[in-house]
Write a protein that binds this ligand. Structure first.
Ligand code: ADP
Ligand code: MG
Length: 788
């Protein structure tokens, strides 16, 4: 249970002789939640052309690479999917988005916890629309304000009861001081009047929220008093400007606005030093202040020729709350009991790279700085993630830019952090959108300590209501009686007075009257006795009533004790179960993470598999082509070989025949010579002529020429021996010749045969001589013989 600070500690603290800094406020719990990253896809504009983003489920979107772009240049697939805590499609209303994204943050704020919400995306992707909205379509900012005031409206403290102390802390003033300050400010005419109705509000931001969509937080602590303070700053070119500063604007020669610096308070929280914090009492008033800042921002942008998409705007809603005193009437005058929570709503600069805007000169440098701050944000997220995932302890470069430095506490300390990634689905933004998606993916892996519940003060609950009821009753009675309620005698006393015997007449008219006084004494004694009796009765009844009450009280106390014991047990059980839930949650988160990684690995492997399969198929094709090519070749070669073989067979046969013939001829010539020699030898003895020599019988059987199959498939005849042809019928049987023709030819043939023999002899002699000269000579002789 929470106890009040002991007096001496409190006293020392207030005196502050040695104001030592407390150690950095470390998150007192070790429960962490990942940064909630949401995605909102805006509808395509009229001239936006094609769409490259598709919402494929309530948590996933798919990006399609435009046709012109070489999709897997970086090993990326043509289609990429990204998952978020939730995806909001083009039909999502501002109200639906608020319910999911900002309502829990506003609820946290009301319960004393910090929150940070930022929109991230390319210029034109709908960041400002999402954060601020337009009339009738109020964004997250006006809706958050509305919810806060709907919830704490009746429990707000009077103006100036809470007072910022310029060191990011909050003082409490008593009613009188607050009243005096109110009067002082009113005389200076600087207190903004709360507009009483929506009609009086600037039409530019009137009706941002439909009254049907108004919502309220549950379980608002009614025994506290609340005040809302808003600040609005802009970070441009790494300088911080206060948009609510009331400096007179010189329209003729405008002075550049003064930038602000960041400081660290005693709890090591960062804040903008000297930043205006305006106390507001209603949604309308708060939004009016916002609009004032917005106008100032617009004027500054025009006058200083700045690019509005390159500035970050930060709207801070601070809620101060302190418990009511024991009477439930006033705010407890104790600074230590004041709890300040804040919700930062950040509309970041466009995330696109500098080149896109074609800025030049100083504008380019500025743009570079703006980019630099987003780059620092990305680096911080990256390092944080690495530290958390790998257990490293690298320094996170928060100080490198104002944006990250200002929000250091959220990542270092505790709070709920949410980001809405805005996407314009047009193809032109594809590459920038890819970068946005990567940042979003990384951010989801960062965890932030969950804000703890604030301690409950020691007073009994329901103080405000009791006080209210008391006051109402009091005024009711005052109205009824028309006077103070205290002077009324109780009814029992009236009854008692009536039950007394009436007093006899006590007027003495005669000095000798002996009756009146004794009668009076008797009556009074009687009354006295009655009074004593009644008193005794009363006392008795009182005592017994008191005893009863005592008994009752005792039994109630016992009962309470008993219940407390049970409550303790239940608490322990709940604690155990909570621990178990935590453990399981952690485990499930771990498993989810593993599944995610496995999913990604599977995707990679599948892609590999597809590529390999593809390669396999193409190789298969090639192989088949080669095999069929080979087969064709084989068939062709086979044909060639058969042809060649046939040709060579014929050739060999022909040559063998020729050789055979030649040899026979030689033999025959020799025989002939031998015969002639014999004849010469025997001539002297006998004068008769020898018989005409006979040619070998085989010659007769021979076919005059050889028939070859030509390559073209036809046939041709090759003549081998002219002499042989001459000896036989040169025209063959087919040619019909007259007998007269045949006769002389046969005769000639008879004569010719001699000539033939001579020739043959001559050739044979020549060939014999030629055989010594080499094959060329032989061939020559042979071919000569072949010629017709
Ligand atoms: P950013 O702030 O990211 O540069 P804006 O919020 O100014 O972009 O949006 C650019 C334009 O697109 C505005 O005219 C806005 O009204 C319109 N727009 C953005 N988001 C949506 C949406 N979800 N629905 C309808 N119009 C939208
Ligand atoms: Mg914008």
């Amino acid at each position: 249970m929470f106890t009040l600070l002991p007096f001496h500690i409190f006293f020392n603290y207030r005196k502050g002789k040695t104001p030592r800094r407390p150690p950095p406020k470390k998150p007192s719990n070790n429960q962490k939640d990942p940064v909630g990253v949401y995605c909102r896809v805006r509808p395509l504009g009229a001239e936006d052309g094609e769409c490259c983003v598709e919402v494929i489920s309530s948590t996933t979107i798919q990006l399609h690479a435009p046709d012109g772009l070489k999709a897997n240049r970086n090993g990326e697939f043509k289609e990429t999917q990204y998952s978020f805590k939730k995806v909001f499609g083009i039909k999502t209303t501002q109200c639906e988005l608020f319910e999911d994204v900002a309502k829990p943050l506003a609820d946290d704020l009301i319960h004393g916890k910090n929150g940070l919400l930022f929109t991230y995306g390319v210029t034109g992707s709908g960041k400002t629309y999402t954060m601020t909205g337009s009339p009738g379509q109020g964004g997250l900012l006006p809706r958050s304000l509305d919810m806060i005031f709907n919830s704490i409206g009746p429990f707000q403290a009077k103006r100036f009861v809470f007072k910022p102390d310029d060191k990011n802390g909050m003082e409490v003033q008593n009613q009188v001081d607050a009243l005096l300050e109110r009067q002082k400010r009113e005389s200076q005419q600087s207190v903004p009047k709360t507009p009483s109705s929506r009609q009086r509000v600037d039409p530019e931001f009137a009706d941002m929220i439909n009254p049907d969509e108004a919502c309220k937080a549950d379980d608002v602590d009614e025994d506290s008093s609340y005040s809302v303070f808003v600040s609005y700053i802009e970070i441009y070119n790494n300088y911080i400007y206060d948009l609510l500063e009331e400096a007179p604007m010189d329209l003729i020669k405008p002075k550049p606005p003064q930038s602000k610096i960041l400081r660290e308070d005693q709890n090591h929280n960062m804040y903008v030093a000297g930043c205006t914090e305006v106390e507001v009492k209603s949604t309308e008033e708060a939004f009016e202040v916002f609009w004032r800042g917005q106008k100032k921002r617009r004027i500054a942008n025009t006058q200083l020729n700045r690019e509005s998409s390159r500035s970050h705007s930060v709207f801070i809603i601070k809620l101060a709350q302190a418990p009511l005193d024991a009477d439930g009437d006033n705010v407890l005058q104790d600074k230590n009991q004041v709890n300040v929570s804040q919700l930062c709503l950040v509309d970041l600069a466009g995330s696109e790279r500098t080149s896109r805007t074609r800025a030049e000169g100083s504008r380019l440098r500025e743009a570079g700085n703006i980019n630099q701050s987003l780059m620092t944000l990305r680096t911080c997220i990256e390092v944080l993630r690495e530290n958390q995932m790998c257990g490293t302890n690298k320094m996170v470069p928060y100080r490198d830019s104002k944006v990250t430095h200002l929000f250091k506490n959220y990542f270092d300390g505790e709070g709920k952090v949410r980001m809405v990634v805005c996407v314009n689905p047009k193809t032109d933004d594809y590459e920038e959108t890819m970068l946005v998606m990567r940042f979003a993916e990384m951010t989801q892996e960062v965890e932030v300590a969950r804000p703890v519940d604030r301690p409950i003060c020691g007073f009994a609950a329901g103080r405000r209501q009791r006080n209210q009821a008391f006051k109402e009753e009091l005024s009711r009675r005052l109205e009824e009686r028309g006077g103070p309620v205290d002077g009324e005698p109780p009814a029992a006393l009236n009854q008692l007075l009536q039950s007394f015997p009436p007093l006899p007449a006590s007027e003495l008219s005669d000095p000798n009257d002996d009756h009146t006084i004794p009668r009076l004494i008797e009556a009074l004694e009687k009354r006295h006795r009655i009074r004593q009796m009644v008193t005794e009765d009363y006392n008795k009844a009182g005592i017994s009533m008191l005893q009863d009450l005592d008994g009752n009280l005792m039994s109630k106390e016992n009962f309470i004790q008993d219940q407390r014991g049970r409550l303790g047990e239940k608490d322990k059980m709940i604690q155990n179960q909570k621990n178990e839930i935590d453990r399981l949650e952690k485990k499930s988160k771990m498993l989810e993470y593993k599944i995610d990684i496995l999913q990604k690995t599977t995707n990679i492997y599948e892609e590999d598999k597809r590529a390999l399969q593809h390669e396999l198929e193409s190789r298969d094709h090639r192989l088949q082509r080669e095999v069929s090519e080979k087969k064709r070749m084989e068939v062709r070669m086979h044909g060639l070989v058969t042809d060649e073989k046939l040709r060579w067979q014929k050739e060999c046969e022909r040559r063998v025949n020729a050789k055979e013939l030649e040899m026979q001829n030689k033999l025959w010539v020799k025989d002939e010579k031998l015969k002639q020699l014999k004849a010469i030898v025997t001539e002297s003895k006998t004068d008769s002529r020898p018989d005409q020599p006979q040619r070998p019988s085989r010659e007769k059987d021979r076919v005059p020429g050889e028939v070859f199959k030509t390559r073209g498939g036809g046939q041709s005849v090759q003549f081998t021996d002219i002499e042989t042809l001459k000896q036989e019928n040169p025209l063959g049987p087919s040619r019909k010749r007259t007998s007269s023709e045949t006769g002389p030819n046969q005769e000639e043939c008879k004569d010719g045969s001699w000539t033939d023999v001579e020739t043959r002899c001559a050739v044979a002699v020549e060939m014999r001589a030629g055989s010594n000269l080499g094959p060329g000579y032989q061939n020559h002789g042979y071919s000569k013989r072949r010629k017709p």
